[in-house]
Design a protein. Structure first.
Length: 135
């Protein structure tokens, strides 16, 4: 391999090594997730077809307006409120209506600024969040 090709290959390797952590998905702790979401609005889409809008206030109150996949086209969207708390590596949400009012705890991954996924530990249920502004 001549010197110019080796120099080029070394430069590519160095650039990849420097930028790789920036491009990697970041798994957040519960408190990091809670702090990142606070004061923001999101569009969300879940694996089961549920979709809608949500906001999270710094006080720990979450609000959502959503449509479940089994709802008739003419049905009104559902409005719900919930409380958010951090629990170790999880962010936990207790909605008044979703999950029959039972608390669900999730891991949150940040894919890029403003793009997140909350998921059960087994990845069986998840929702993608796309930030749409501040409160």
């Amino acid at each position: 391999m001549n010197q110019s090709i080796r120099t080029f290959a070394a430069a590519i390797l160095a650039a990849t090594t420097v930028t790789a952590p920036v491009l990697a998905d970041q798994l957040l702790t519960g408190s990091e997730a809670q702090n990142l979401l606070a004061g923001r609005r999101f569009e969300f889409n879940c694996i089961d077809g549920t979709s809608g809008w949500a906001s999270y206030e710094r006080s720990g109150l979450a609000k959502a307006i959503y449509r479940m996949p089994n709802m008739r086209e003419t049905a009104m969207e559902v409005a719900d409120t919930g409380r958010v708390r951090s629990a170790g590596d999880n962010v936990c949400i207790r909605w008044q209506q979703l999950n029959s009012g039972e608390e669900g705890c999730y891991r949150m991954t940040q894919y890029s600024p403003g793009r997140y996924r909350i998921a059960t530990s087994d990845q069986g249920r998840w929702c993608d969040l796309l930030e749409r502004g501040t409160l």
